[in-house]
Structures are given as structure tokens and as C-alpha cells.
Design a protein around this ligand. Structure first.
Ligand SMILES: CC(C)(COP(=O)(O)OP(=O)(O)OC[C@H]1O[C@@H](n2cnc3c(N)ncnc32)[C@H](O)[C@@H]1OP(=O)(O)O)[C@@H](O)C(=O)NCCC(=O)NCCS
Length: 140
């Protein structure tokens, strides 16, 4: 198991998070929105954006959320140079433990069409594919 340190995000992490998201998500990277989206997330529900450090370098991110009914995971990413070392597994365990302290009983997540390869990652953590149709609407 890699010796990693998982801690809450701080504003000083912004550039490193952008770099990870660009490297990990590629064309799907919401990098232009990192500042705006994480700032709003921290304002609304602080302390649920986590980063993973390895030897002082920021290498991974996970965003957790709890709406009082369900927990959610977003932004689970590890820089490609550091994948397959158990870093994302540690981050997801960490985020779930935090959600449990808030009373959360179930965690959901969405995987983009075309990114089915990560199903195996989540299945290795006990998640199951659930038959759902995901819908969304921009309201802002
Ligand atoms: C998905 C992702 C976060 C996994 O990060 P990671 O740190 O490499 O994952 P871990 O090392 O913790 O993997 C734990 C286990 O999950 C499984 N797993 C991880 N990545 C996998 C892959 N690409 N294919 C199949 N199984 C995988 C393996 O069982 C692995 O254990 P093992 O290495 O001992 O076999 C990383 O690949 C990533 O950042 N991908 C791009 C961004 C992304 O798509 N995020 C998910 C959005 S829903």
C-alpha cells in the first residue's frame, strides 16, 4: 500500500487540482471551472473536497457531498503517473468515512458514457451498477 496523506482541499491546491484534472480527465476536464466550482462547493458544504499527497506532491482529488438523503462522489481522479497504487481507493474510503460521520447511509456516483473502464475500480470497492436513467438540467 502506498504511503499517502489525504487531507481537505485548501485554496493553495487550486493549480495542482487543475493540473490533475486536465491530466486525468483529458478532454472532459472541467479545468476552467475548478476555481468557481470548488469555491462554491466549499462555501456551501465545507471540508468535503479531499486531496491526496504523495511525498508532498498533490496527486489525487475526491469531492464528496451529502444532501441529507444520499451521499455523492465526484471528481475522483489520480494523476496518470500515480495510478494503480491504491491512491483512489484510499481517497474513496476516506470520503465514505467522512460521509458516514454525517449520517449518510448510501453513496451514489455517476460515470460518463465512454468511461466504463472505471466500473471495475468502483466494483473493487463494493459499488454495484444500478439500473438508472440519469437526467440533469442546467438551471443557472
Ligand atoms: C479511476 C481512477 C480514479 C482510479 O485511480 P487509481 O488510484 O489508479 O485506483 P487504485 O489504484 O486505487 O485502484 C484500486 C483497484 O481498482 C481497480 N482498478 C483501478 N483502475 C482500474 C482500471 N483502469 N481498470 C480496471 N481496474 C481498475 C483495481 O482492482 C485496483 O486494484 P489493483 O491495482 O490492486 O488491481 C483513475 O484511473 C483515474 O483518475 N481515472 C481518470 C479519471 C476518472 O475517470 N475518474 C472517475 C470518474 S467517475
Amino acid at each position: 500500500m502506498t504511503d499517502i496523506h489525504i487531507r481537505p482541499y485548501t485554496k493553495a491546491d487550486l493549480d495542482a487540482v487543475s493540473e490533475i484534472w486536465t491530466a486525468a480527465f483529458g478532454a472532459d476536464a472541467p479545468s476552467k471551472l475548478v476555481d468557481q466550482s470548488i469555491s462554491e462547493k466549499e462555501r456551501f458544504q465545507p471540508g468535503l473536497v479531499f486531496v491526496a499527497e504523495l511525498d508532498g506532491r498533490l496527486v489525487g482529488t475526491t469531492i464528496a457531498g451529502y444532501d441529507g438523503y444520499r451521499g455523492w462522489l465526484n471528481g475522483v481522479a489520480v494523476h496518470p503517473d500515480f495510478q494503480r497504487r491504491g491512491i483512489a481507493r484510499e481517497m474513496v474510503h476516506h470520503a465514505i468515512a467522512k460521509l458516514q460521520t454525517l449520517g449518510c447511509l448510501k453513496v451514489n456516483l455517476q460515470i460518463r458514457d465512454g468511461n466504463e473502464a472505471v466500473v471495475s475500480f468502483y466494483e473493487s470497492l463494493g459499488f454495484e451498477v444500478e439500473k438508472r436513467i440519469s437526467m440533469g438540467k442546467l438551471i443557472g
